[in-house]
Design a protein around this ligand. Structure first.
Ligand code: AMP
Length: 130
């Protein structure tokens, strides 16, 4: 009898990149408060909200950042923004306005390497963002 097959741990996801937090959320293996559960995108509440509405929108598939998402094509970037609009409608901030932010890379303040749109609203946003 050979060695037992390695067991999947909660940090290893069927479709995603092992140990990627947002792959884990998209796979339903890391808890999150889901706002929109789409076919190719998922929206969930940020754990450290910076506004009354602060929701993150991610593709289910692992893509590192928004530039890579644009290069990948296939309409997924459009869908991500479409889901952000759905979130705004569901949160009642479509008419008052909202901000969509893609932090990209180190100096852009990106801390999770799975592309995510921040959808922020429910209060007036300031500019410049700091
Ligand atoms: P960024 O700094 O642009 O990469 O954004 C990452 C965001 O993920 C931050 O706003 C964090 O508060 C948020 N975040 C980190 N861990 C979780 C989690 N487990 N569930 C929801 N949001 C998270």
């Amino acid at each position: 009898m050979g060695a037992p097959a390695p067991r999947a741990t909660s940090a290893h996801y069927d479709r995603g990149v092992p140990d990627c937090l947002f792959c884990g959320i998209a796979a339903g293996q890391v808890p999150a408060t889901i706002v929109v559960d789409g076919k190719r995108t998922v929206a969930f509440r940020d754990v450290n909200p910076q506004a009354p509405t602060h929701v993150l929108v991610v593709p289910r598939d692992h893509v590192p950042d928004v530039a890579a998402l644009a290069v990948a094509g296939g309409g997924l970037l459009d869908e991500l923004v479409g889901t952000a609009r759905e979130v705004a409608a569901a949160e009642g901030i479509e008419a008052t306005g909202y901000r969509i932010v893609f932090n990209t890379g180190r100096d852009g303040g990106q801390t999770v390497g799975h592309v995510h749109a921040h959808v922020l609203g429910g209060r007036p946003m300031t500019w410049p963002p700091g």
